[in-house]
Design a protein around this ligand. Sequence first.
Ligand code: GTP
Ligand code: MG
Length: 198
Amino acid sequence: MPIHHATFVVSSPDVTMCPSSPLPEYAFIGRSNVGKSSLINMLCRQPHLAKTSQKPGKTLLINHFLIDGKWHLVDLPGYGFAQTGQKQREKLRWMIERYCLARQELVSMFVLLDCRHEAQAIDLEFMEWLGENEVPFAIVFTKIDKLGKGRLQENINAYKQKLLETWEELPPIFLTSAETGEGRDELTQYIEDINATL
Ligand code: GTP
Ligand code: MG
């Protein structure tokens, strides 16, 4: 079922200040500029719902969006953006880790990866950290409009091979474009299917 109604709820500087709500929650994470906020806008068909920017480091808080009154979609700050400085990077990392570990309502994380790039240590390490802490996650490749079909498939296959060096099983994987809307139905269906089991 497509998303009919999405509204911004609140921006929180810490997990303890996130909305007290029993609704299931799904969060987007990934390097700065990978397209987290754009993907939320694409899924909800609202271009200005989450703030996006060409400059990395736009999202600095935990942003909750209420979807069809039934679940929350969460836009997190990007990790590892060099120009924000060591202190700020550590603060964001701490905010993200606390959110992942302490948020009771969190059902699954979505780790966003730019389909154009080779596997990067920071993403692989973050996924390992999620695994060690038993936080469920799926992978979402972004910006697939920027590659031809052949090249895209090559990159995805290479990424899967890389993951299989450390993981026994691959997580669910989605291919998306905030430009064309590709992947919207698959991603929303995946979330709806999980919600139906809760
Ligand atoms: P931070 O909040 O800084 O962590 O970044 P973010 O991950 O939220 O990225 P954001 O959604 O702001 O997008 C970053 C840039 O990538 C913007 O210029 C977007 O227009 C562009 N972008 C995002 N998704 C896509 C996509 O699927 N295709 C194309 N062509 N551009 C995209
Ligand atoms: Mg953002």
